[in-house]
Design a protein around this ligand. Structure first.
Ligand code: OSB
Ligand code: MG
Length: 369
């Protein structure tokens, strides 16, 4: 792939509403859009998903910039690549910093697909034309607010509802929710708010017919999760704990979970996401695509990944309007009856809305190859 230049765009976007998890509240999102340009003028786009503070994981917007500029971009400049899988291999000597890697690797995948005149979904080996969509609901001020919010998204057709929980906002709240929505596919995400001492407390969730409980224990744990899974019939889903295919294999061997939330950024890019997907397919582990409050480019990558066969559960891949008054792609990602139609244009399949990009861009740096 004859790469001519890389543009790094720093954007700031305000969420429609604040989003609250067990570890904190988001109101604004700052992130990078990466743009790889080849000699023919094709443009491939990626998005960084790290947050401003290291609450979800150790990466931040600033560490993404540091690692991209000082380590990853020089690697891209110094090496020829013919397939995006090589980007993943070239970045391998740099430990972790997966969201920084993914922001660049994603642009390489989009550029590669556009050059091959393939949709990103097809380039990854995905076949689905439509994907099922769920939604993640942040911690609300009251149970009534939560129930109203759930009703709103159930009416909009979302195929499963994920409810954020934390100590003090869990068993009682979910019991009340279950009473109002006896048949709705519901799951809970704790974002690692509990410890092994809470096993008995968490076991109370077993009677609520939840699809799964996501990341109840420490962000870096797979041992205690195995102990918890052994005494619960509700499947445990790992998010924060899984950074690679190797982590996935170890969690599988220990019995730490029955389901995996694959986030492209958390695992270092689409190549590793696909490797994890293939392993899970082989072992019969269900997977779904998680979200990081992405703008349109990241959302488009999530849609493409979700077309792979083992993405059998609805993901957190809501439409653009879930979080944004205006997104940076056109058309925006639209959810209808809980489904997204996978675009059929080459690459990510959505155009950049240059006017919106300009509105949200704080600065752009250009690197010549
Ligand atoms: O754990 O999946 C998570 C949002 C911010 C940080 C972590 C998580 C989330 C979500 C929402 O649950 C995902 C989304 O809708 O993009
Ligand atoms: Mg999660």
């Amino acid at each position: 792939i004859p790469i001519k230049q890389l543009k790094l765009h720093k954007l700031n976007m305000r969420l429609k509403d604040p989003f609250t998890t067990s570890f904190g509240t988001f109101q604004d999102k700052e992130f990078f859009i990466t743009e790889l340009i080849d000699d023919d003028g094709n443009r491939g786009y990626g998005e960084s998903v790290a947050f401003s503070s290291p609450w979800y994981s150790e990466e931040t917007v600033k560490t993404n910039l540091h690692v991209m500029e000082d380590f990853l971009i020089p690697i891209l400049k110094e090496n020829q690549i013919s397939h995006p899988d090589q980007v993943s291999d070239l970045f391998h000597p740099i430990k972790r910093n997966n969201m920084a890697k993914s922001a660049l690797e994603g642009a390489a995948w989009d550029l590669y697909a556009k050059r091959e005149k393939l949709t990103l979904a097809a380039a990854l080996g995905g076949e689905r034309k439509q994907i099922d969509v769920g939604i993640s609901i942040g911690i609300q001020p009251t149970v009534d607010d939560l129930i109203q919010t759930i009703q709103h998204f159930v009416d909009a057709g979302y195929k499963r509802i994920k409810i954020k929980i934390k100590p003090g906002w869990d068993v009682e709240v979910l019991r009340e929710v279950r009473k109002h929505f006896p048949d709705t596919p519901i799951m809970a995400d704790a974002n690692s708010a509990y410890t092994i001492d809470d096993i008995e407390h968490l076991q109370q969730l077993d009677d609520l017919n939840l699809m799964m409980i996501e990341q109840p224990l420490e962000h870096d744990d797979i041992v205690d999760h195995a102990k918890l899974q052994a005494v619960m019939k509700t499947p445990i889903c790992l998010d924060e704990s899984i950074h690679s295919l190797e982590d996935t294999r170890k969690a599988y061997e220990l019995g730490s979970c029955k389901i995996i939330n694959i986030k492209i950024g958390r695992v270092g890019g689409l190549t590793e996401a696909k490797r994890i997907h293939d392993f899970c397919m082989d072992k019969g582990i269900d997977v779904w695509c998680g979200g990081m409050l992405e703008a349109g480019v990241g959302r488009a990558h999530n849609v493409a990944l979700t077309t792979l066969a083992q993405f059998v559960l609805p993901g957190d891949t809501a439409g653009s309007s879930r979080y944004w008054e205006r997104d940076i792609i056109k058309p925006e990602v639209v959810v209808e009856n809980g489904l997204i139609n996978v675009p059929d244009q080459p690459g990510i399949g959505y155009d950049i809305d240059e006017e919106a990009m300009e509105e949200f861009t704080e600065w752009t740096r250009v690197y010549h190859f």
